[in-house]
Design a protein around this ligand. Structure first.
Ligand SMILES: [Zn+2]
Length: 382
């Protein structure tokens, strides 16, 4: 005996009665096989349905020898009738995503000769992989045609043709099946082998939106949302745009140009700041007298670049090491350089004495030290 799969002929049946034909204990409870079920056990990139049997949550679904088993907490004797209720919202959402993918893949095949070589549906989005690259223009036209197929409200039906009849039908398929093939037929748009539940007409899919695409394994991967998920995505993007409008006091259409202008301004300010810091660092180094020992400069708010610049400028003024410090959250950040002292060894002692950390090369190290200026100077002048 086999379970009659209600979802194969009608994806809109969300509640049903069925007779228990097998009940076995499993790790997480009891697995009930039913004479018929509306629960899709999962497959082909789509997760299993969720819902309840006799008010008990269906923990897991699996197939064995043509039967679909529903794992629940309590056993039900063979021969008894159970009532099943699916999570209708989740199921419909997934049907919108899945039927949307068929429309997109069918049209990509017809328009550009693409084969669908991957399909994955997560709770957040759907990815569709095609075996050849597509340009942004091709993807835009594919999306346009897919939505025209939605406006056409084409019928979607499922069939299991006999082996002989199947040979005469052209259909998309990832597997080389010849028997028991279930075809999902979208009138005038696509024929594809598939085991999952689908909506009845393309109009139910709603918007089909390609969110992004990337080169993938010699082809292209599209990230797609359809129906309610696409609408929710639009709402989220609308909220983000409203926030940007408020932050920038700009019209929606002016946001990209304004952000570009802000980026350019920020870049030129960063450059001016870096130049100013280097000038300041150079002036500090200038004030240091030539010495055979160590020397150090301390400056407020110096960047890592300015510290390095000071050390490079100052290192020839000393016979030992030259260090530049700037205040940090706790203590100081520093850079030191030397032509004579092995700084790897020096840093070890410096960090051990003052609790600092850092690293670099024997002739230049950078780090931080949670000590005050007196402690640092005392150590350096030893
Ligand atoms: Zn499918």
């Amino acid at each position: 005996m086999k379970t009659n799969r209600i979802y194969e002929t009608d994806g809109h049946i969300f509640s049903f009665d069925a007779v228990v034909v097998d009940c076995v204990g499993v790790e997480t409870g009891y697995a009930l096989a039913l004479d018929q079920t509306a629960f899709f056990p999962g497959g082909g990139g789509q997760d299993p349905d969720e819902g309840e049997l006799n008010g008990e949550a269906v923990i897991r679904l699996f197939e064995k020898d043509g039967l679909i088993y529903h794992v629940v907490a309590q056993p039900v004797p063979v021969g008894e009738t159970v009532h099943g209720e699916l999570n209708e919202v989740l199921r419909f959402r997934r049907m919108q995503q899945h039927s949307g993918e068929h429309v997109l893949s069918g049209l990509a095949h017809t328009l550009f000769g693409c084969e669908n070589v991957g399909f994955h549906m997560s709770d957040d989005f759907v990815t569709v992989d095609f075996d050849r690259p597509l340009t942004a223009g091709q993807i835009a036209s594919l999306e346009q045609k897919a939505n025209e197929a939605v406006y056409a409200n084409a019928a979607i039906r499922c069939e299991k043709p006999e082996a002989a009849a199947l040979k005469t039908i052209e259909y998309r398929s990832k597997l080389d099946l010849t028997e028991n093939v279930r075809l999902v037929i979208i009138e005038g748009i696509d024929v594809c082998a598939c085991c999952a539940p689908h909506v009845r007409r393309t109009g139910e899919i709603g918007l089909i939106k390609v969110l992004s695409f990337m080169n993938y394994k010699g082809g292209v991967r599209l990230t797609v949302k359809s129906g309610g998920d696409a609408l929710a995505d639009y709402a989220a993007k609308g909220a983000q745009t409203s926030e940007l409008i408020a932050m920038l006091c700009a019209k929606e259409a002016d946001i990209p140009a304004l952000v570009r202008k802000l980026q350019e301004e920020a870049a030129s300010l960063r450059l001016a700041l870096a130049q100013e810091q280097r000038l300041r660092a150079a002036a500090m180094v200038e004030a240091v007298e030539q010495t055979d020992g160590n020397a150090a400069v301390f400056g407020e708010g110096l960047s890592a670049d300015a510290l390095r610049f000071a050390v490079n400028e100052g290192v020839s003024r000393t016979g030992g090491l030259f260090a530049a410090f700037t205040p940090a959250e706790a203590g100081y950040r520093y850079c030191m350089g030397s032509k004579t002292v092995d700084l790897s060894a020096f840093a070890k002692a410096f960090h051990a004495a003052l609790g600092g950390r850092g690293g670099g090369k024997p002739n230049m190290i950078q780090g931080s030290v949670p000590a005050d200026r007196n402690q640092i100077e005392e150590f350096l002048m030893k």
